[in-house]
Design a binder for this molecule. Structure first.
Ligand code: PNW
Length: 485
C-alpha cells in the first residue's frame, strides 16, 4: 500500500489478518520445524529493535567508588524503614565491575539494543561543577563494549538517582538547570557513539512519589502546591535536557524521554469508548506528557489546581514542548475507561477490582492491552515521529529449581500476552520501532528492595552469578524469529 497506511483507511486489521488471526478461517500449516504458522503467525516488521533495559542505581553498586557522590537513593535506602529489609543499592548487581558479563548476556540473547542510565553523581559528584573523569571513563568503557558486541546503547540521562548535594532537590528550580548542564556534558562526550538519548525516566515517580506520596526518595509528603512546582521543575528539566543534548550532540542524534503515562483501555472497542479512553489519556497526563507534547498545561489542569497551580516563567512552556525525535513509554499496567455522557469530562475511569489478576508487585495488575492502547492513543493524540516501549516486564514468583534454573512460566505468560498487543500495534502500522524488556536481570527494585525481582536473568546476589530464566530463553527465540508463535 502506498502513501496512506492501512490504519488511516480504517482497515487496522487487514482482511488477511481478520481471516486468519481472528476468524480462524485459514487452515494452520505445519512448518518444517514443527511449528504451526499461518493462523496467528504474529510476525514483527523487519528491523524491529529488540532490547533490554536497566538503570544505574538498580544495578551498578560501587556506591563509593571512583569518586561517585551520594544520591537521594543512597540516603533514602540507608534510612531505616524506607526500603524492604533495609536493602540498599550499595552493591546491587555490581555491574560497575561486571558490565562485560552483562554485555555477554545481551549478546547471547541476540538483542541489538541496551537501555541503561548514567549515574549523574559519577559524573558530577555534587550535581554540578567539574566533571569526574573516572565516572566518564566507566560509561566510555560500557559504550565501547556494547558497540563491539554489535549492541546499540540507548542512554537515559536521569533515572531517579539525583545527586544528594543539590540543595532542595527537585523543589529547587536550579536543579533543572544543573540537569541541563550535566546532559550537555554527557551528550558532548558520548554522541560520537551513542545515537539515542532519553532525558528523564518516569516523571511521576521522581516527582509525586518522591515529594507528595513519599514512597520513593527523597520520601517527602509536601503539599499539593509544592508538589505541583516539583512537577514543573521535572518537565522543565526534560526541556532543558532536550535543548542541551541538541546543542552538544553530533548531528543526527535522536532525543526523547522515557515516560510512564497513565494509560486507559476502552472497556469495549467501539468509537465512543475509544474516544473516551483517548481523552482520559490526555487529561490524566496534563502535568507531564500532555504538557511535553503540547507545550502547554491544559486549562482543565490549571483550573482544577486553582491557587496550587505551578509558577511558570516566560519561555518555560516552549522549552518543555520542544519537538522530540521519538517518544518512549514504559508500560506495565492501566485501567479501563467507558464513555459516560452524563459526566462533565464525558468518561468514567473504572476502578480495578482488588482481586483482579496481578503479578507480585502489588500495583502490577495484568492489562496486556495497555501496550496497544497506549501506543494508539498517543499516536492519535500527538503524532510522534517514532515510538518505543522503553520498559515492559514484571515481577514474578521466581523459585530456583533443583537444576539451578528459574522456570518463570508466569513471566513468560505475561510477556507473551503483552507482546501480542505490541504486535497488533506494529501490524496496524503505528510508528512503533522497538521494545525493551524490563529488566535484563534481577536488581534493586526501589522501595521493594530485592523482594520483587523483574529480571529475565536470575542473579544470585551472594555470588553475583547470572543465569538465564525460562523467560530469557523465550525472549531469545522471539528475537531470533522476530515473531510470536
Ligand atoms: C519503573 N507503578 O517503575 C521504573 O522505571 C523501573 O526503574 C522499575 O524497576 C520498574 O518500573 C518496575 O517497577 C515503576 O506503580 C514503578 O505503576 C511503579 C509503577 C510503574 C513503574
Amino acid at each position: 500500500m502506498t502513501g496512506v497506511s492501512r490504519r488511516e483507511l480504517g482497515l487496522g486489521l487487514g482482511a488477511a489478518a481478520l481471516g486468519s488471526t481472528l476468524g480462524g478461517m485459514a487452515p494452520a500449516q505445519t512448518q518444517v520445524d514443527g511449528t504451526r504458522a499461518a493462523a496467528g503467525d504474529l510476525t514483527f516488521p523487519p528491523g524491529f529493535l529488540w532490547g533490554c533495559a536497566t538503570a544505574s542505581y538498580q544495578i551498578e553498586g560501587a556506591a563509593k567508588e571512583d569518586g561517585r557522590g551520594p544520591t537521594v537513593w543512597d540516603v533514602f535506602s540507608h534510612t531505616p524503614g524506607r526500603v524492604a529489609n533495609g536493602a540498599t543499592g550499595d552493591v546491587a548487581c555490581d555491574s560497575y565491575h561486571r558490565y562485560p558479563e552483562d554485555i555477554a548476556l545481551l549478546k547471547a540473547l541476540g538483542v541489538k539494543a541496551y537501555r541503561f542510565s548514567i549515574a549523574w553523581s559519577r559524573i558530577f559528584p555534587e550535581g554540578r561543577g567539574k566533571p569526574n573523569q573516572k565516572g566518564v571513563d566507566y560509561y566510555n568503557r560500557l559504550v565501547d563494549g556494547l558497540l563491539e558486541a554489535g549492541i546499540a546503547p540507548h542512554v537515559t540521562m536521569f533515572h531517579w538517582d539525583l545527586p544528594a548535594a543539590l540543595p532542595g532537590g527537585w523543589q529547587n528550580r536550579d536543579t533543572a538547570y544543573a540537569f541541563g548542564d550535566y546532559a550537555a556534558a554527557m551528550a558532548g562526550r558520548l554522541s560520537d557513539r551513542v545515537k539515542d538519548f532519553m532525558t528523564v525516566n518516569e516523571l511521576v515517580c521522581f516527582t509525586d512519589l518522591g515529594y507528595l506520596v513519599g514512597g520513593k526518595a527523597p520520601g517527602l509528603k509536601l503539599s499539593q502546591k509544592e508538589a505541583n512546582q516539583v512537577r514543573h521543575h521535572g518537565v522543565l528539566a526534560h526541556g532543558l535536557g532536550v535543548q542541551a543534548i541538541r546543542a552538544n550532540a553530533k548531528a543526527g542524534t535522536q532525543v526523547g524521554l522515557a515516560e510512564n503515562p497513565s494509560i486507559y483501555v476502552p472497556a469495549i472497542e467501539t468509537p465512543e469508548h475509544i474516544e473516551a479512553a483517548k481523552k482520559a489519556v490526555r487529561d490524566s497526563n496534563a502535568m507531564f506528557l500532555t504538557a511535553i507534547m503540547e507545550g502547554r498545561y491544559l486549562e482543565s489542569y490549571l483550573t482544577a489546581q486553582g491557587a496550587d497551580a505551578p509558577k511558570v516563567q516566560e519561555g518555560d512552556m516552549k522549552l518543555i514542548g520542544a519537538p522530540l525525535d521519538f517518544l518512549s513509554i514504559n508500560v506495565y499496567t492501566g485501567k479501563m475507561v467507558r464513555a459516560d455522557p452524563s459526566s462533565p469530562q464525558g468518561y468514567a475511569i473504572l476502578p480495578t477490582p482488588r482481586e483482579a489478576p496481578r503479578m507480585p508487585s502489588k500495583w502490577l495488575y495484568l492489562t496486556p492491552e495497555v501496550i496497544y492502547w497506549g501506543l494508539r492513543s498517543i499516536s492519535e493524540l500527538w503524532r510522534p515521529k517514532a515510538l518505543y516501549i522503553s520498559e515492559n516486564g514484571c515481577s514474578a514468583d521466581d523459585k530456583v529449581s533443583a537444576d539451578g534454573k528459574v522456570y518463570d512460566t508466569d513471566r513468560v505468560m505475561y510477556l507473551r500476552n503483552y507482546m501480542t498487543h505490541l504486535q497488533r500495534a506494529a501490524r496496524e502500522e503505528l510508528p512503533i520501532k522497538g521494545y525493551f524488556v524490563w529488566s535484563l536481570m534481577d536488581n534493586f527494585e526501589w522501595e521493594d528492595g530485592y523482594t520483587k525481582l523483574f529480571g529475565i536473568h536470575h542473579v544470585d546476589f551472594k555470588t553475583q552469578k547470572r543465569t538465564p530464566k525460562l523467560s530469557a530463553d523465550w525472549y531469545r527465540e522471539l528475537v531470533r524469529t522476530n515473531r510470536l508463535v
